[in-house]
Design a protein around this ligand. Structure first.
Ligand code: ADP
Ligand code: MG
Length: 244
């Protein structure tokens, strides 16, 4: 169970970016975090992980989430990652091993096998010795998912993983995530393509600083709540984009 209790984050005093957000996820699921630009979706994740100062609680079962970092994989928004850093694909994926091992020990043959198994799952094993800077957006996103796989996390947060990537990569990543969900992983995905929501998520969090609605996608991703989250204008614009 994941419990988020009264989470508040403010970058400026008196201006909450995430405002008293409370929700409980009972079982492993694929959960979409939805809301307009600036709604506080990325801030919500960073607040849960206490990567920025936040008040309120976030628990896995009864443990504070920030005390069980090992159990959590976080794939940040691509724009926030420095891809000029000289590191190979395999090395990047191997970073997922570190929560479970002392950093100064050499990676064992068995651990490299884990890295290559994860790369094979996202169909990137041929790219193992490439520099991460040489990959396409979709390929890089697959590598980040492989890093999360290696970590064997109980909870995975992905912030807009499908922005600017090819369809094939998106499809493959969703397949891998569905498998993980079936094996008992909680997966939170910040997502902006409203057209895919029904297909991708078991549950949705609709938010705009405050929680607007949370629950099973079928019952929650409905016009009443969508309009309350985005306003009518945005939805009409999105539909037009989809029809192009
Ligand atoms: P979303 O991910 O939903 O687009 P964000 O969580 O990035 O929204 O941002 C929520 C609000 O907080 C926005 O108004 C944004 O401008 C502001 N914000 C985000 N990051 C910072 C920061 N590091 N410092 C100050 N304000 C920020
Ligand atoms: Mg964001």
């Amino acid at each position: 169970m994941i419990q988020i209790n009264d989470l508040c984050v403010s970058y400026r005093k008196g201006e909450p970016a995430v405002d008293h957000l409370t929700l409980t996820v009972e079982h492993p699921a694929l959960i979409g975090i939805l809301g307009p630009n600036g709604a506080g979706k990325s801030t919500f994740i960073k607040g849960i992980l206490k990567l920025i100062p936040a008040s309120g609680k976030a628990l896995i079962d009864t443990q504070p989430i920030d005390k069980c970092r090992k159990e959590i994989a976080y794939v940040e928004q691509k724009a926030e990652i420095d891809r000029t850093f000289p590191i190979t694909v395999a090395e990047c994926v191997s970073l997922g091993l570190y929560p479970h091992r002392p950093f100064y020990k050499r990676i064992t043959k068995y651990e490299w096998e884990k890295v290559f198994t994860a790369l094979a799952k996202v169909e990137m094993q041929e790219f193992a010795s490439r520099q991460i800077g040489e990959l396409s957006g979709g390929q890089f996103q697959r590598v980040l998912v492989a890093r999360a796989l290696v970590q064997q996390a109980k909870v995975i947060f992905l912030d807009e993983p499908f922005v600017g990537i090819d369809r094939q990569s998106e499809h493959l990543i969703m397949e891998v995530l569905r498998d993980l969900r079936d094996q008992g992983t909680y997966i939170f995905i910040v997502h902006h393509d409203l057209g895919k929501v029904d297909d991708y998520f078991d549950q949705v969090v609709l938010m705009n600083k405050q929680l607007i609605a949370y629950g099973p996608t079928k019952e929650t991703f409905i016009p009443q709540w969508i309009t309350k989250t985005y306003g009518t204008q945005t939805i009409i614009l999105e539909r037009k984009e989809e029809m192009k």
